[in-house]
Every structure is written in structure tokens, then in C-alpha cells.
Ligand binder design. Structure first.
Ligand SMILES: [Zn+2]
Length: 49
């Protein structure tokens, strides 16, 4: 039901790939379908707000 929806922390693109095809960075998981912990990419832009 909840597919492994991920999004890119850089450009915000939603994908099911483990890496953003644009930025080549690890994507976040929005949901945790398999108990995989959400991981931060490089601690570059963590507090974007
Ligand atoms: Zn991106």
C-alpha cells in the first residue's frame, strides 16, 4: 500500500529510487515500510526552514 516513497532533500523530488536522479544524493523515506530509519544525507541543509 505505502510504496517506498522517498524524496530528495535537495530538490524535493519524489521518487522511489534510493538516490535522486538529479542530485545524486540519498533520498529520504517518507514512510518506513520496512522499519528502515530515515537517514539524513550529507549534513548540509538539514534545517532548511
Ligand atoms: Zn534532488
Amino acid at each position: 500500500m505505502a510504496a517506498s516513497q522517498r524524496f530528495c532533500p535537495i530538490c524535493g523530488t519524489q521518487t522511489d529510487d534510493a538516490f535522486c536522479p538529479t542530485d545524486k544524493v540519498a533520498t529520504f523515506t517518507v514512510t518506513n515500510p520496512g522499519g528502515e530509519p530515515a537517514r539524513f544525507a550529507a549534513g548540509d541543509v538539514v534545517a532548511g526552514k
